[in-house]
Unconditional design. Structure first.
Length: 203
């Protein structure tokens, strides 16, 4: 069996609208899906990469999606002091084929989500509206939010109110409320007259 030489890991950083979060983008697919670690316990259980990042004193949250990692830092650190350390650490970890996310994570999260009632069933007209809302969020909102190092997920629709969950750099981001109200709420109201308001929860 010939050992192919691995292409080097390329990594660059991108600002996010949240000054406390920075996006570390790589040329490798890290995890197909979204993995949000705001608590160290969850990271210790499911993600060796996030767990190793939480060992760094400046890391407050880790969000892994497709080819990037968003790190939310502790407020008393400055990016200019820690950005390079973060880059070298992630690059080295990927280069050494470190495990990013443990097997079974997606299923475990889906189970938690179902228990929280995210999948609660809608009927008739409401089911159609919910499907439209989900499609619009997935098509127009998610890609833009991912570019900013975050994620948005539909949670519920009740009496005209759409509840979404914000993750990654979006949670706690000062501009996420503006995005939510002017961008998402405006779009949904235009496309779906039944939508009165969009509110958010932190994931």
């Amino acid at each position: 069996m010939s050992t192919a030489t691995k292409s080097p890991v390329m990594l660059y950083t991108e600002q996010t609208p949240n000054p406390e979060s920075l996006k570390f983008v790589t040329n490798r697919m890290l995890y197909q899906g979204t993995a949000d670690f705001r608590e160290e316990e969850l990271a210790r259980e499911w993600s060796p990469l996030a767990s190793a990042l939480f060992d760094q004193p400046y890391v407050k949250g880790v969000y892994i999606c497709n080819n990037f990692v968003t790190i939310t830092k502790e407020i008393n650190y400055a990016w200019e002091d820690i950005m390079l350390k973060g880059k070298q650490f992630i690059k080295g970890y990927i280069q050494d084929d470190g495990v990013i996310i443990n097997e079974g994570f997606k299923e475990a999260m889906e189970k938690i989500e179902a228990e929280k009632g995210v999948g609660y069933e809608y009927s008739g007209d409401e089911a159609e509206i919910v499907q439209k809302i989900k499609d619009l969020i997935d098509t127009y909102v998610k890609p833009a939010v991912e570019m900013d190092g975050g994620n948005i997920a539909f949670k519920s629709f009740k009496e005209g109110i759409v509840t979404v969950i914000l993750q990654g750099s979006c949670s706690g981001c000062p501009s996420s409320t503006v995005t939510l109200k002017s961008g998402i709420e405006g779009m949904l109201q235009r496309m779906i007259p039944e939508v009165k308001e969009v509110v958010s929860e932190m994931g």
